[in-house]
Write a protein that binds this ligand. Structure first.
Ligand code: GLP
Length: 230
């Protein structure tokens, strides 16, 4: 799964060296980033002109916090390749004023131009980025209160459940849908039911990822376990 998805991202970089990549966190893309870093090491990939925008960030975590997505991206990709750090963007989780943080990120997104390929993982409840069930499809960057299910799912990365931030800044569905292409990566049996709902069920805000059925260029890369209910 990771290698196939990495092939798609690397093809994008090779075809358009100054492309804009929309990136995601979570455990699913870790192998993909490792593969991209390996190909960079081998001399097959050049990130020097690439711009990246990340989907989301926890509100209230510092950049040094090992659970922040800023830290995650540095550890998993940015520190391992020749990307220009000035061309990598995430919502500013350290900004306590939600409105300001979201406005600033929308400005960043407007200034970098259209995302060429947006990478997405899939939450167990069908969330993409941190767009939780019952989200509006017309949203741009906004502040969300995480559902109990997401807090529990992400608890494994923190010392205790109390340490999981309750809020996050995320690109909205409208932002995500404006990307030229979308690449969804999913792995594991525990995602099989939601993959079926998202891609073959009704399009509904209760399953945010179901909106992807309306996008004209989506690629789903998954392992057999995640596809086992289809
Ligand atoms: C997190 C992230 C999402 C990610 C999802 C799945 O909460 N905000 O962007 O896609 O949950 O994570 P994982 O890949 O670890 O299952």
């Amino acid at each position: 799964m990771s290698r196939k998805a990495a092939n798609i991202i690397s093809a994008q970089i090779i075809l358009k060296p100054d492309c804009v990549l929309g990136l995601a966190t979570g455990s699913t893309p870790v192998g993909l980033y490792r593969q991209l870093a390996e190909w960079y090491e081998k001399g097959d990939l050049d990130f020097s002109q690439v711009t990246t925008v990340n989907l989301d960030e926890y509100k209230g975590l510092t950049r040094e916090d090992s659970q922040s997505y800023y830290y995650f991206m540095n550890e998993n990709l940015f520190h391992k390749v020749n990307i220009d750090k000035d061309k990598t963007f995430l919502p500013d989780g350290t900004e306590p004023d939600s409105e300001k943080a979201c406005r600033q990120y929308n400005d960043v997104l407007a200034s970098v131009g259209r995302v060429d390929i947006q990478l997405l993982g899939l939450g167990h409840n069908g969330h993409i980025g941190f767009n939780e069930p019952d989200t509006f499809f017309q949203t741009e960057t906004h502040c969300v209160t995480l559902t109990d299910q997401t807090i529990k799912a992400n608890r494994r990365f923190f010392e205790s459940e109390e340490d999981v931030p309750r809020q996050a800044y995320t690109m909205g569905i409208k932002t995500i849908m404006s990307a030229r292409r979308i690449l969804v990566v999913v792995s594991g049996e525990d995602k099989a039911e939601i993959v079926k709902k998202a891609f073959f069920g009704p399009i509904t805000p209760q399953v945010p990822a179901s909106v992807l059925q309306l996008h004209s260029h989506v690629t789903l890369v998954a392992d057999e376990a995640a596809l086992s209910r289809l």
